[in-house]
Design a binder for this molecule. Structure first.
Ligand SMILES: CC(C)(COP(=O)(O)OP(=O)(O)OC[C@H]1O[C@@H](n2cnc3c(N)ncnc32)[C@H](O)[C@@H]1OP(=O)(O)O)[C@@H](O)C(=O)NCCC(=O)NCCS
Length: 188
C-alpha cells in the first residue's frame, strides 16, 4: 500500500469541524468502529462488496476504482462518500454518500442528496444505518443545504421516517427512465 492509497475522498477535518462521527452515541458504545471519509485503500477493505448488498456493482478493477475515486475527489465539494470501519477486522462495514448539488435557484444554493446507504449483513440491527444517515444528514445541514432528499422503496419508508425524512404532500414522486446500454464515460 502506498501513501496515495490512504488519501481520503474528502477532508476528514470537515467531520471534526462539525463534531460529527467521533461523538456519535452509537460509536461511543463500540470503540472498534469509526466513521471516516472513504479512502482509496478501501478497495481492499471490501467497499465494493458492501455496495453489492445494495445493487449490482459489476467487476471493477482497482485501476477503474482509483480513476473514479480521483474524479469524485476533485469535484470541488460534491461527493462525501463516508464509511464505517471495523478497525479490528480492518473492513468497511457501513457506507453512504452525501451528494452536494450546486443550484442557480435560491440564490445559488446547495441541495443535498443521500445516496447508497448500506450496512454489512453481519452488522445490521446495531444502529449503524441510523448512525451513518444521521451523520450525513447533519453534514448536509452543516454545509448549508436548503433541503436534503433520498430515493427509497416502500419497505424503507419507516426507517427513513424515524430519521426525519418524510414524503411531502403532492411532491413525493420519483420518476425514472432506464437506458439499456449505459456508457462508462459521457460521450462529450
Ligand atoms: C437499511 C439498512 C441500512 C439498515 O441498517 P441497520 O444498521 O440494520 O439499521 P439500524 O440498526 O440503524 O436500524 C435503526 C432503526 O431502524 C429500523 N430498521 C432497520 N432496517 C429497517 C427496515 N428495512 N425497515 C424498517 N425499519 C428498519 C430498526 O429496527 C431500528 O429501529 P429502532 O431504533 O427502533 O431499534 C440495512 O438493512 C441495509 O444495508 N440494507 C440493504 C441495503 C438497503 O436496502 N439500503 C437502503 C437503500 S434506500
Amino acid at each position: 500500500m502506498t501513501a496515495d492509497d490512504e488519501v481520503p475522498i474528502y477532508d476528514p477535518e470537515i467531520l471534526k469541524k462539525f463534531h460529527l462521527g467521533e461523538r456519535h452515541e452509537t460509536l461511543k458504545q463500540d470503540e472498534s468502529l469509526c466513521v471516516r471519509p472513504l479512502y482509496m485503500s478501501d478497495y481492499g477493505r471490501g467497499f465494493l462488496e458492501l455496495l453489492g448488498e445494495l445493487t449490482q456493482v459489476g467487476n471493477i478493477s482497482e485501476e477503474q476504482f482509483q480513476e473514479q475515486f480521483n474524479l469524485m475527489k476533485n469535484s470541488h465539494g460534491t461527493y462525501y462518500c463516508t464509511v464505517i470501519i471495523d478497525t479490528i477486522k480492518d473492513r468497511v462495514v457501513g457506507a453512504s454518500t452525501l451528494l452536494m448539488e450546486r443550484k442557480f435557484i435560491r440564490g445559488c444554493a446547495w441541495r443535498a442528496r443521500l445516496e447508497d446507504v448500506v450496512v454489512s449483513p453481519d452488522y445490521r440491527g446495531k444502529q449503524l444505518g441510523k448512525c451513518i444517515v444521521e451523520i450525513l444528514t447533519n453534514l448536509g445541514k452543516a454545509l448549508g443545504a436548503y433541503k436534503m432528499t433520498l430515493d427509497c422503496n416502500d419497505k424503507m419508508l419507516t426507517f427513513y421516517n424515524q430519521l426525519g425524512y418524510a414524503k411531502e404532500p403532492g411532491n413525493a414522486n420519483v420518476l425514472s427512465i432506464r437506458f439499456p446500454a449505459p456508457t462508462l464515460e459521457p460521450k462529450l
